[in-house]
Design a protein around this ligand. Structure first.
Ligand code: GUN
Ligand code: FE
Length: 429
């Protein structure tokens, strides 16, 4: 019988994390979804579902799609370049010169088509993206994402001071261009939406921050930026904003800190007051461990954020991080937390594998709504994992199989991707 458009059943070994404490595992079971949302998971199919077409992935693992809460699309060609530097020199020598190139949308098209294919390949089903300052290339990025079937928030970067001339915007133009993009794309797609993206406080004037906060509130738009990533950056913010109690207060003052849904990259050096403000305002932290190693930024105290109830997800921060796979970021998050554990005299406990998996799926997914889990009512974003190439001599439990995939698997093990219950094919442009 022909599959009904809005109904799908996936059969296989189902693994997800409704809570961070442990994996929920349903061996050889069925996920039923209608209108893109999970109806339930069943060991046996009830009569009413019998006539649905079933996608049979027996012996394969079905997990939620990966969520990247922080990456820079125009930095894709820079993966692996200049990572013997720290943040601020790296921005000056590698990042800004690369981002300038996106004034040419033909260059943007070449890079962005490759980037989107790569995200599809590694199983990132939704992501929160910074583009560059350029309006036309940013619109192109929206159009390509919409075509691909992947989900994203995309932010045109805003920066109007303290950067090289070739990448510093006129304040008024920055605001007008941002609003134009917002109006054009806010209702164009259910899966690809605009987000407000002040690069970070030191390269934005107060006038710009104020206007961006106004736009976020006027259109009820989410916000993304960077916070407390690097010691030099902290000193710079202190010098530029001496009247503020701390870095977070700058964003908070201008309506860019949880007044609408907000995600801040890095959050390595926040004070207790700042972490409390994040918890109170529901501001997400995007933990980007690869980037934090690559740019010698520091080790985020993830456990502290979890204990304080700050919403948390993971990000590649590509190209500050060299790696685009969220499974690799989960591993780095565990490794990083283990170093923090040693560094704090074993006070801040390392995160477990189920916690890392939670952060890279449901934790980050909650920024998009009911995403990143297979509980009833969640959007069915799923990856089908064929881990037969990872099998050793002795059979493993499902929980061990998922550990192996996260640590030593890669995109070759991902055989299909689903978003909102629909299979997403490799993007062709
Ligand atoms: N802070 C401001 N801009 C950037 C950027 O492009 N990457 C990283 N990692 N940090 C930033
Ligand atoms: Fe970043």
């Amino acid at each position: 019988m022909k599959q009904k458009e809005d109904k799908i059943i996936l059969k296989g070994d189902i693994v997800f994390t409704p809570t961070k404490e442990k994996f929920e595992i349903h061996k050889d079971s069925y996920i039923v979804a209608e209108n893109g949302k999970v109806v339930g998971i069943f060991k046996e199919l009830e009569e009413k579902y019998q006539h649905y077409v079933i996608k049979d992935f027996s012996n394969k693992i079905i997990i939620p799609g990966f969520i990247d809460l922080h990456l820079h699309a125009p930095q894709y060609p820079n993966r692996g370049l200049g990572l013997d530097k720290e943040l601020l020199p790296w921005l000056e020598t590698y990042t800004f010169p690369e981002e300038k190139k996106y004034e040419d949308i033909q260059y943007g098209k070449k890079v962005y088509t490759k980037l989107i294919r790569e995200l599809w390949r590694v199983g990132t089903t939704r992501c929160v993206i910074f583009s560059s300052i350029h309006k036309e290339s940013t619109k192109l990025l929206f159009d390509l994402f919409i075509k691909s079937g992947l989900g994203a928030y995309i932010g045109k970067v805003n920066m109007d001071r303290n950067s090289p001339d070739y990448i510093t915007e006129d304040t008024k133009k920055s605001i007008v261009d941002t609003e134009e993009i917002v109006i054009e794309y806010k209702d164009k797609s259910d899966l690809v939406k605009p987000i407000i993206a002040p690069r970070f406080a030191p390269v934005c004037t107060v006038e710009l921050l104020e206007s961006l906060g106004y736009l976020a509130s006027k259109y009820n738009l989410p916000v993304e930026s960077h916070l407390s990533e690097n010691i030099g950056e902290l000193a710079w913010v202190k010098e530029l904003y001496p009247e503020f109690a701390n870095y977070a207060s700058v964003y908070n003052q201008y309506g860019l800190f949880g007044q609408t849904k907000t995600v801040m990259g890095h959050c390595i050096y926040n004070t207790e007051e700042e972490i409390e403000l994040m918890a109170k305002n529901g501001v997400y932290a995007a933990h980007c461990p690869h980037s934090n190693f690559d740019l010698s930024s520091g080790i985020m105290p993830v456990r502290k954020f979890l204990d304080k109830g700050v919403p948390l997800g993971l990000g590649t921060d590509m190209a500050g991080g060299h790696c685009i796979s969220m499974a690799d970021v989960m591993v780095a998050a565990i490794q990083s937390s283990k170093m923090k554990w040693l560094e704090t005299n074993k006070e801040l406990q390392p995160i477990t594998i189920s916690e890392a998996f939670f952060l890279g799926t449901k934790g980050g997914g909650s920024f998009f709504g009911k995403v990143g889990s297979f509980e009833e009512g969640y959007e069915l974003d799923a990856l089908i994992i064929d881990d037969s190439s990872l099998a050793d001599i002795e059979p493993l439990s499902l929980e061990e199989r998922i550990q192996k995939f996260i640590y030593i698997g890669d995109d070759r093990n991902i055989v299909e991707r689903y978003i909102r219950g629909r299979k997403v094919e490799e993007p062709e442009f």
